[in-house]
Write a protein that binds this ligand. Structure first.
Ligand code: HMG
Ligand code: MG
Length: 303
């Protein structure tokens, strides 16, 4: 299959990237990061999560982040919502898009959201119904599609079951997530091939953590399946507090370097993106996880 000509990059750094941070990050820094990311050309930026502050204290300033963002026309700022309470708070904060997040395994569903897969889907269905009725967009993410920290291997059929349920409740896009970054290109392809029997590629996305260094290869495998939407995190920040040992998302800079090299349009400026990564790494006091950002910065220094 020919590769897509355009790709939509969904920047998840301000949410996935910062939800697992032990260094406290102020609301002002989060907002500044979002502004820099939108100025780099990103059109979808996951801004925060309306989850329990007891479970994820890093996202407790969700409403303040939403209130402080200088919203740019044409940019959407999806927020994670696990239940009705989260939706109500997201609506009050003026969210235009919500993300429900389920899992392909029972153990991960319990650890991440304190409920079974079926209970989670019932909550998401209520959230989706209400959100759609109010004119919001609803996206559905599926965790641990390529491996689970508690259950090990995950069958593509388990992913298909959740994907079909999210599709049935009206999610416009369904994201196959490799939460712990264990997937390889062949496994990625197998999962997409199974899901593609039910949902077209134009409505699928990929969300790959990079624990084993396979995320860029997995993005390429998904591109070959026709998938044209990818989540990534500036500077490779990220991780899930309920998936111990998993590292950050694939770095946006690395995915962009791949896509630029393939002549695939994204609308994102790599230099501005690298500068946004340098900004947040400066605040966190650590080097970037992006190989492309490191290499391009070294080249710039040498010039
Ligand atoms: P629970 O403890 O079962 O909730 O948590 P509950 O309904 O029994 O309520 C307990 C308390 O939480 C109550 O407060 C509720 O009001 C409050 P209390 O009466 O004790 O004061 N509460 C809330 N507060 C704020 N916002 C809410 C909310 N809901 C209840 N929305 C719950 C269940 C789902 C809330 C909890 O498990 C939770 O917040 N989990 C979220 C975990 C999370 O955010 N994980 C990371 C994001 S997912 C991810 O990173 C994966 C992804 O990147 C893809 C991938 O890589 O796989 C998307
Ligand atoms: Mg994630």
């Amino acid at each position: 299959m020919a590769l897509p000509k355009k790709v939509k990059l969904v920047e998840v750094g301000p949410r996935d990237g910062l939800q697992n941070e032990s260094v406290p990050v102020s609301t002002e820094v989060k907002v500044e990061l979002i502004h820099r990311l939108q100025d780099a050309g990103l059109r979808v930026i996951e801004a925060t999560a309306f989850v329990s502050p007891k479970w994820v204290p890093q996202m407790a300033d969700n409403a303040r982040v939403m209130a402080a963002i200088r919203r740019k026309p044409g940019v959407s700022y999806p927020v994670l919502v696990p239940n009705r309470k989260g939706l109500d708070a997201a609506l009050a904060a003026g969210a235009g898009e919500v993300v429900v997040f389920g899992a392909a395994t029972e153990a991960f569903s319990q650890k991440n959201t304190n409920c079974s897969i079926a209970e989670g889907l019932a909550r998401f269905s209520e959230v989706a119904k209400e959100a759609l009725a109010r004119g919001l967009k609803v996206r559905g993410d599926i965790s641990v599609c390529l491996g689970c920290p508690y259950e090990g291997e995950v069958s593509p059929d388990a992913v298909v079951r959740v994907a079909r349920a999210l599709d049935a409740m009206g999610c416009y896009e369904i994201t196959i997530a490799d939460t712990i970054g264990v997937g390889t290109a062949g496994r990625t392809r197998a999962v997409y091939e199974a899901v593609l029997k039910h949902i077209p590629a134009a409505r699928l996305a990929g969300h790959f953590h990079d624990t084993y260094g396979q995320a860029v290869a997995n993005v390429y495998a998904a591109l070959e399946c026709g998938v044209a939407t990818f989540d990534s995190s500036v500077a490779g920040l990220g991780g899930c507090p309920y998936a111990k040992g998993a590292t950050g998302n694939v770095a946006t800079e690395d995915v962009l370097y791949l896509l630029d090299g393939l002549g695939i349009e994204t609308g994102v400026d790599i230099e501005k993106l690298i500068a946004a990564g340098e900004y947040i790494c400066g605040v966190l006091g650590r080097p970037t996880h992006s190989r492309a950002a490191r290499a391009l910065a070294a080249k710039r220094m040498a010039a």
